[in-house]
Every structure is written in C-alpha cells, then in structure tokens.
Design a protein around this ligand. Structure first.
Ligand SMILES: [Fe+2]
Ligand SMILES: [Fe+2]
Length: 324
C-alpha cells in the first residue's frame, strides 16, 4: 500500500510519531526491551524516571536504619556482614541512578528532589531500629519484601532497569539470608534474645506489608504501568505472595506474626490476613513517620558536607580528559 500523501510538515511529524508509537507498542507486545536510544512516549519516560528515582532513593535512605548499628554490632563477624550489606545498598542506589541517567535525568537534580520532598522513597525506612534484632528482621522481612517486589522487575520492559535488577536481586537474596541467620542464632540464645526478636517482628510486620503500596483499589497509576510492561503484578498480588512465603519461615523461626486474623485458607492454599492501617501508610509517606525528618536531614548533611569531594572529583576528571 503506498504511503498516504502528506500535505505539510506537521502531518509528516504526526505520521512519524504514529509510526514510532506503533514500533514502541510492538516492542512491548513482543516482550522485547526498550533501550535508551529508542523512541518512547514521554509518559513512559517520566513514569520510569519517577519509579527508578524512588527506588534509588530508597536504597540510599535505607542505609541509615541499619547503618545506625555499624558501630554497635555485637561481634566483628556481625559488623563485617552488616558493613557489606549496607555497602551493597549504596551500590544498588548507584546502579539505579545510572539507569535513571540513561533516560535523561540528572543525578544531582534527583537528590535535590528527594531532599526537598518532591520525590519519595520507601515508607519502611522511616521506622527506627531500636535493637540489634531489628537488623535481622530488616534482612528477613524488608529485604524479603524487596525481593518479592524486585524479581518481577528483572522482566521490566526498560532494558537498563531490568538488567540492574538481576544483580540487585542476587544481593537482596544474600541480605535476606543473613537476616534470617542472625534471627535463628538469637532464637537459639537466651529468653531475653528471643523476646528481642519477637518485639522486632511485632514492630516491623505491618510496615513490611505496607511496602507493597496502597491496595489495588487505590493505586491509580498501576494500570498504565502494567500496560507498559513496567509493572508485572498488582500490589495486592505481591503482598499476598509475601505473606504466603513468610508464614512458614516465621513458624520455623519460632516467632508469632502479630495478626490474630492470619490463617491458612484451606480452599485456596493462601493465607488470609487482617486489615492494614492505610492511614498510617499515608502519614508516613507524607513525612509524618517516626524518623522522616531525621532521614532527610542526614541526607541533606551528606550532600552538603561532601560537596567538595564531588567538586574535586569533577575537576580532576575534567583535567584528565582535557576539558578544563
Ligand atoms: Fe537493596
Ligand atoms: Fe537489601
């Protein structure tokens, strides 16, 4: 079929755009990857930048609650494990900022948006780590929830994001195991240690379930993200998967999950669980959580106090490449 006659440059642009959109749609439908130089709709680019930036910010802010225990870890072995884990999270943040840069975002600008409250990060990192058992519970539950969320992202339609997730998920798996191993060790210890583990589980269980985001009925952007192949499962599906995965682990560990409604539904083989406090999630996301102010104040201080390092490194790189 001959191409339709084009009357003006505007028509040409519209036709070009339509062809590019068709190519993009076909790429998504075929489950192929969109790469940085490919044409993409502006909404897709904006959605990905927002999601990847939020993810990167969560990795970086997520270093703080556990970082608080680096100097107080009970043994050299625990300190070495925790240090490696916290450094991994920094690495995850760096991969993700790099992925956002392939979409045209600027890393310093994203950090500014985080500090000014214009971009969010995971609500979970606004809770305090009161005892060393919290380190174990974060590994088990928070990294466990992160794995449920992130494994499907290895098949995300945007190439750099999907590829970054493969390595990130391998490391998250180590994080979850080190947390569980720490908790197993504490559960074999004294009554006081077992009580510390139970107390930490009581405080972290519900916030961990909130990590999957609002219920599907209140998740306005999900449908578009699913159509674009960015999101693969709904928030409620992933939350259910996490509960089903975690209940047998809790039983093996010997702790009680703080939900009187938690029960196995014999008909479906899945666990029913009690209602979540969505008002709490809204409060924490909007900045009213127990540690929001402290997390952002520290991030701001790190940016400002270390600005001279960035300046020196940038000047050195410019000198070496001759772009003085
Ligand atoms: Fe991570
Ligand atoms: Fe992690």
């Amino acid at each position: 079929m001959p191409a339709p006659a084009l009357d003006s440059p505007t028509d040409a642009t519209v036709a070009d755009e339509r062809r590019l959109q068709e190519l993009f749609d076909a790429t998504i439908a075929a489950e192929h990857r969109i790469e940085p130089r490919d044409w993409m709709p502006e909404g897709y680019r904006r959605t990905l930048i927002r999601q990847i930036a939020q993810h990167a910010h969560s990795e970086i802010i997520g270093m703080q609650p556990e970082g608080d225990w680096l100097l107080a870890a009970p043994s050299l072995r625990r300190k070495a494990i925790l240090l490696a884990k916290v450094q991994d999270e920094a690495g995850h943040g760096m991969y993700l900022y790099s992925a956002a840069e392939t979409l045209g975002a600027d890393r310093a600008d994203l950090t500014d948006k985080l500090i000014e409250g214009r971009q969010k990060y995971s609500s979970i990192f606004n809770y305090p780590t009161l005892t060393f058992a919290d380190v174990g519970v974060i590994g088990w539950l928070v990294d466990g929830a992160a794995i449920c969320n992130q494994v499907p992202l290895c098949r995300s339609s945007y190439g750099p994001y999907a590829r970054a997730m493969i390595r990130v998920c391998k490391e998250e798996s180590f994080h979850q195991r080190q947390g569980y191993e720490l908790l197993m060790t504490m559960m074999r210890g004294s009554d006081e240690q077992r009580a510390m583990v139970q107390d930490a589980v009581d405080r972290w269980w519900w916030p961990s379930l909130m990590m999957f985001g609002p219920p599907d009925t209140d998740s306005p952007n999900s449908a578009q993200s699913t159509a674009w192949g960015i999101k693969r499962h709904s928030n409620d599906e992933l939350r259910q998967r996490f509960v089903d995965m975690t209940v047998p682990q809790a039983e093996f560990l010997g702790v009680t999950l703080p939900d009187p409604d938690l029960a196995l539904d014999a008909a479906t083989g899945r666990h029913r669980f009690g209602p979540l406090d969505w008002d709490e999630l809204k409060r924490v996301i909007s900045g009213q959580g127990p540690r929001n102010a402290e997390r952002i104040a520290r991030r701001r201080a790190a940016r400002d106090d270390n600005a001279w390092v960035t300046e020196a490194a940038t000047a050195y790189a410019a000198k070496r490449t001759g772009h003085v």
